[in-house]
Each structure stands twice: as C-alpha cells, then as structure tokens.
Design a protein around this ligand. Structure first.
Ligand code: FAD
Length: 490
C-alpha cells in the first residue's frame, strides 16, 4: 500500500505551492492531480495586484460596472467595495515573496516563471473614475510611495499606445505580473526535485476518515494512506470536502479571457479599466480579461463576453483594433462569498487542511498559502495569523459577503439562444415546447420556427445549458451550443 505523511489533492498553483513548501521542510508529501476542464491556474492572467485587487480593480471594477448597467447596484455607487485589511495584509506579504522566489525556483527547478515589475495602471476615463481614484490616492492603505497620480501628458510619455481620451491614471507600484503556468510548473518541478511524489492524471474519489481522523484517500486506482490531506482542489474543493463530511462554501466562478497574437512591446504596465484589464506577457501576447459569471461548471466562451472585452481593450489601447485574436478561453475560479481564501484545519476532523477558495487571486497568494500550510503541518509559528481565513460558522452560513455575492443572485437567471437543426414544422415546435415545459429550472422560452431557434431563460442553480441542449437532441433534432449566454438579472 502506498503511503505519504501528506497528500495534497489538486495540482493547480495552490497544490503545487503547498507541495513545494512541505517538501522543502523535508516532510514526505504526495501530490495527486486529475486535470479537469476549466482548472483555474491554466486560465489565469498572472497578475500580482495586491493593492489593485483589494480595492476592487482588475475583475472587481469590471463586474461592478456590469452590475450597475443591469440595474442591480444603484448607479451612484461608483466605487466597488474594498476587501478587508486582513486580505490586503496577506496579499502584500505574499507579493513580497516573489522576487526571491523567482531566484529560488529557477535554481531548484530550472524554470523561470517570468516575474516582471510592471506596476498596474488604473485608467480614468471620466469624472466618475476620478471620484473613485481621489480617495484612493489620498488614503492609500500602503502609503504614498505605492501610488502615483499621472496626468494625461505624463501617461502619454510612459505609455504612448494608451488612448489619449483619459483624464489621467493611477499607478500602483509593486503590483506586477508573472507567467502563471510557469509559476505552477516551477513549484511542481522544484517540489519533485526536493522529493515530493507527483501523481498526475489520477482523480481522488474520496477522503477516508476513522474515529474523527484522516486515514488516507481513495483514488481511481488505489487507497493511499496518510496523516494529513490538504484540499487544494480549486473549484472542486467542496466535492472533496464533502467526502469527509465537511461542508465547504467554495463554488466555481467562470472567467472568460482573450489572448492576442504575439506583438512587439505595446504596453509596459498592466492596465485596469472598468471594461477590462490588459497585461502583455513576455512572449508578446496581450491578455484581455475577464468576466465574473456563476454558470456552474460550464466552461464555455460566449461571443457577447468576447465582444465586450475586446471593445474595452480597443478603447484603452486603440492600436489593438488591428491585431489578431489568437485564442479565447475560460476558467473556473474557486469562489467564496467573501472573496477570501479558506485555509487551515477544521474542528472535529484531525489531519484535514483547507487550501482553497482563492477566487481571483490564487496566483498572487500562492507562495504565502504554501508556506502557511507547511508551517501548520510542521507545527511551527505561523508567518501570518490564520484566524480570518479559517472555515468559521459565519463563513459557512454566508453571513460574510462582498460585492461578488450579488452575482450569486444576479446570475441565477440566465438566457441562452439555441439554434435547432431539423425543427422544420409546427409539430416540431410543439415537441420542443413540450420538452422545455417539462424541464425543471427552465423558467421561460420562445421557440421560433422561422429562425429555427429557441430563446430560453433558466435558473442556473437548477439546470445547466448542456442539459437543455441534450433534452432537445433527444427529440431527434440537432441543438447547437449556445449562440449567446448572458445574464439578464433578476
Ligand atoms: C480568467 C481568470 C483570470 C485569472 N487571473 C488571475 C490573476 O491575474 N492573478 C491571480 O492571482 N489569480 C487569477 N485568477 C485566479 C487564479 O487563477 C486562481 O485563484 C488559482 O489558479 C486557483 O488555483 P487552485 O490551485 O486553487 O485551483 P486550480 O488551478 O483549478 O487547480 C485545482 C486542481 O485540482 C484538480 N482537481 C480537482 N478535483 C480533483 C480531484 N478530485 N482529484 C484530483 N485532482 C482534482 C483540478 O483538475 C486542478 O488541476 C484568474 C482566474 C481566472 C479563471
């Protein structure tokens, strides 16, 4: 029977960081990963934006604007909510680990994760943006040296490709970027070199418990005994926790993203606007992100989202109108209602440790998470207080939320348009209508014979678009993937 002191479930950036720091302490560790569609690390933009993310930039401000446009937040609430100081402290400390980590992991793994000191620019398009930026500039939680106010002229000198239609920009010094795939690869390879066993393409089916303590995990092929299980299964963490009788409020939050062809240097800083964010990577690709959507484990890409993101990118950097889109993709963030990771042990189950729920900032917060979990297992003094990140009753019953929680409700009601090949007569329309009527979770629909289409509203918590499509297919027609899926609010 295989055995390890510690089994890490999940080989995204968090699982790899955890395995690395544990192996570094000389503790026998085994990482078990099944690469699922939509895993977040390989979908990420690689931004390290501790200040930006904690004050609501990046995806926060894009999401906030979308909510205002849908009438779900009053139009005068221009400012996205900030995350608690405990989050900022964690993110700042994790971010500070990157310069030395870049050297350390290059030496141990031979992989360069492309750490770049870019800074993050928030573009101010209008007076509303200026009103948002002024108090941030006046009371920057990290001190004045971390933040600069650039006039339009100053911005033009340092970033000539950015639109001239701006009232200025805020620069967040110390908010930088990495290549997220290379970061994860370098953690994993360094862990392996330090003795960690890496088991790939193997699913953990469940955690085994006896008399209130972990005894091991059951994989698709065998039982592996251990003293500790670290749950780093990303958006799937709740499923793993459930097998040990633990309820975990972690759920998938889709982010869609666009990548351009490789370009010469166009922008030197990462850019955040209320339409999108942009980051040019070392190999020249410009990453344009990203949406915040609750659509279960649906890993699709929708034309409407791609259109909005690219329009936002062209508004910020007009030259992008002439470049080629090379790829589009989406990933599932491990979401939590309060946008904070869930870390550490849980009461009543010895040997079980959470390292999940990193939502929009798992790349940024991976080094400190890995270090912290290794300190817990080694019984050391912790580098940062863990209490705010533990799985508490308040977090479990959802009484702590942030602006993101709005999406849980707003995105419940979704609309898709499905084209149906073979629906050529009134009788066919009646059949489709009957089927849609019988599906729990479908709330409204219009079926058009002329367009061979059905516009279907459904509750995303009750039914997935794929289930609707499969039901129509079963009638003998050919239903195509959604042409457009978009949140229509409550
Ligand atoms: C579009 C997008 C952009 C983002 N941009 C940024 C950014 O700029 N900066 C930032 O800091 N963060 C960003 N994030 C968030 C970041 O990517 C995540 O927080 C982070 O990757 C989470 O890492 P993870 O290891 O917890 O999850 P994942 O990377 O999803 O890894 C979990 C792993 O566990 C595996 N797994 C699941 N179940 C099992 C099982 N039963 N058995 C075995 N293996 C299993 C999965 O297949 C996967 O490999 C972004 C996310 C998205 C989607």
């Amino acid at each position: 029977m295989k055995n390890a002191d510690v089994i890490v479930v999940g080989g995204g950036v968090i699982g790899c960081a955890v395995a690395y720091y544990i192996a570094k302490k000389g503790i026998p560790v085994m990482l078990v990963d099944e690469p699922k569609r939509g895993r977040a690390t390989s979908a990420s933009a690689g931004g390290l934006w501790p200040l930006g993310e904690s004050i609501g930039l990046g995806c926060g401000v894009i999401f906030h604007k979308a909510m205002i446009e849908k009438g779900l937040i009053p139009p005068d609430s221009h400012v996205p909510p900030q995350l608690p100081k405990t989050f900022l402290d964690f993110a700042i400390q994790s971010n500070a680990m990157f310069p030395s980590l870049a050297i350390e992991l290059r030496e141990t793994s031979g992989i360069d994760f492309e750490y770049e000191e870019t800074s993050l620019l928030f573009l101010m398009y209008d007076e509303g943006d200026v009103a948002f930026a002024k108090p941030l500039y006046a009371n920057c939680p990290c001190g004045r040296s971390r933040i600069d106010w650039l006039t339009p002229n100053e911005l033009r000198k340092v970033e000539p490709a950015i639109t001239h239609n701006v009232l200025g920009a805020l620069r967040f010094n110390g908010d930088n970027q990495v290549n997220p795939y290379a970061l994860s690869d370098s953690f994993r390879e360094a862990a392996r070199k330090l003795g960690a066993q890496i088991i790939t393409h193997t699913e953990v089916k469940g955690i085994k418990v006896s008399s209130g303590r972990i005894t091991g995990v059951e994989t698709t092929t065998e039982f592996i005994g251990c003293k500790y299980v670290v749950n780093a299964a990303g958006a799937w963490a709740a499923q793993i926790a459930k097998t040990a009788g633990i309820e975990l409020p972690v759920y998938p939050v889709r982010g869609q993203i666009v990548g351009t062809e490789a370009l010469p240097d166009i922008i030197s800083a990462c850019i955040s606007t209320n339409d999108c964010y942009l980051a040019q990577k070392k190999h020249g690709e410009i990453i344009i992100g990203s949406t915040t959507e609750e659509v279960g484990f649906n890993v699709g890409v929708t034309p409407s989202a791609i259109k909005e993101l690219t329009a936002g990118a062209i508004r910020a950097v007009p030259f992008l109108e002439w470049v080629k889109v090379k790829r589009v993709w989406s990933g599932l963030r491990p979401g939590t209602a309060d946008e904070m990771p869930i870390l550490g042990s849980v009461s009543g189950l010895e040997g079980y440790i959470n390292a999940c729920g990193h939502f929009r900032t798992g790349i940024l917060n991976s080094p400190l998470t890995g270090l912290l979990i290794s300190e817990i297992i080694n019984g050391e003094k912790l580098s940062i207080p863990i209490e705010p990140f533990l799985l508490s009753d308040e977090r479990l019953n959802g009484s702590i939320t942030s602006n993101h929680k709005v999406s849980v409700f707003s995105q419940e009601q979704q609309t898709i348009i499905i084209s149906i090949k073979g629906m050529t007569c009134e009788g066919c329309v009646t059949n489709v209508k009957k089927t849609l009527n019988s599906l729990q979770g479908v709330t409204k629909f219009e079926v058009s014979l002329g367009d061979h289409q059905a516009k279907i509203s459904y509750n995303a918590k009750e039914i997935l678009p794929d289930t609707v499509i499969a039901a129509i297919d079963e009638l003998g027609y050919k239903a195509h993937s959604p042409l457009a899926a978009k949140c229509i609010g409550l």
